[in-house]
Design a protein around this ligand. Structure first.
Ligand code: CA
Length: 231
């Protein structure tokens, strides 16, 4: 049990207390003290769980939560939100925004640790059920971040993997270049990233997938679509 947990909390005493107790339980930890770096750290570190304080300087917890959910790299990471008493309305919004659970301050560390365990267990179970996609000789194993062709790793970069995942999980739906940019490049998609970037990555992805690459179908003047049933 050495899962990585990202702690986002501006109150240093609480952050230290969480850090100490989670480490004592055998978890690895990463700390952020404000919202903007929290979303970036989540994408970089890909923790198994995020403990997110609602009231933060700069970007608040709700906005951080929203950013984490729209970024393909972090969308599936479970979030436990910390709320202070009297933030009931925010708590509801938090759950709607995609937080998995919440704990009201002040909280006992035992209660928090048991929530952490429960959320991690739930997400592991969910992962086992949902995280493998197949089409022909192609297999996408999301929990191991691995694409296999005839059982052999296709050696994709993380972008190529996320691109393939976005296409395979869209259920044969057409995805525009812009939609793929947002899904795969997410927060990194600044103005310098052009839609042509998507075409370049699709090109290398197809090559690496060999014959299975033909399942990625070009939709002219629009984007791409994944055809699972293509012969
Ligand atoms: Ca706070």
């Amino acid at each position: 049990m050495d899962e990585k947990i990202l702690i986002v909390e501006d109150e240093k005493d609480i952050a230290r207390m969480l850090d100490y107790n989670l480490k004592k339980e055998g978890y690895r930890t990463v700390l952020a003290h404000e919202g903007a770096s929290a979303a970036l750290l989540a994408a970089k570190e890909r923790p198994a769980l995020i403990i997110l304080d609602l009231m933060l300087p700069g970007l608040d917890g709700l906005e951080v939560c929203r950013r984490i959910r729209v970024d393909a790299k972090t969308a599936a990471i479970p979030i436990i939100m910390l709320t202070a008493k009297g933030e009931e309305a925010d708590k509801v919004v938090g759950l709607e925004m995609g937080a998995d659970d919440y704990v009201t301050k002040p909280f006992g560390i035992k209660e928090l640790l048991s929530r952490v365990k429960a959320v991690l267990r739930r997400s592991a179970l969910l992962g086992e059920v949902l995280e493998v996609y197949r089409a022909g000789d192609l297999e996408l194993d999301c929990s191991r971040v691995l694409a296999l062709v005839k059982g052999r790793p296709a050696d994709l970069t993380s972008r190529e993997f996320e691109l393939l995942k976005a296409l395979m999980t869209a259920g044969e739906k057409m995805l525009s270049r812009e939609a793929l940019l947002e899904k795969v490049w997410g927060l990194d998609a600044s103005l310098e990233v052009e839609t042509r970037t998507v075409d370049v990555h699709i090109g290398t992805l197809r090559k690496k997938l060999g014959a299975e690459g033909r399942r990625i179908v070009t939709v002219k003047n629009y984007g791409y679509r994944f055809e699972a049933g293509k012969k």
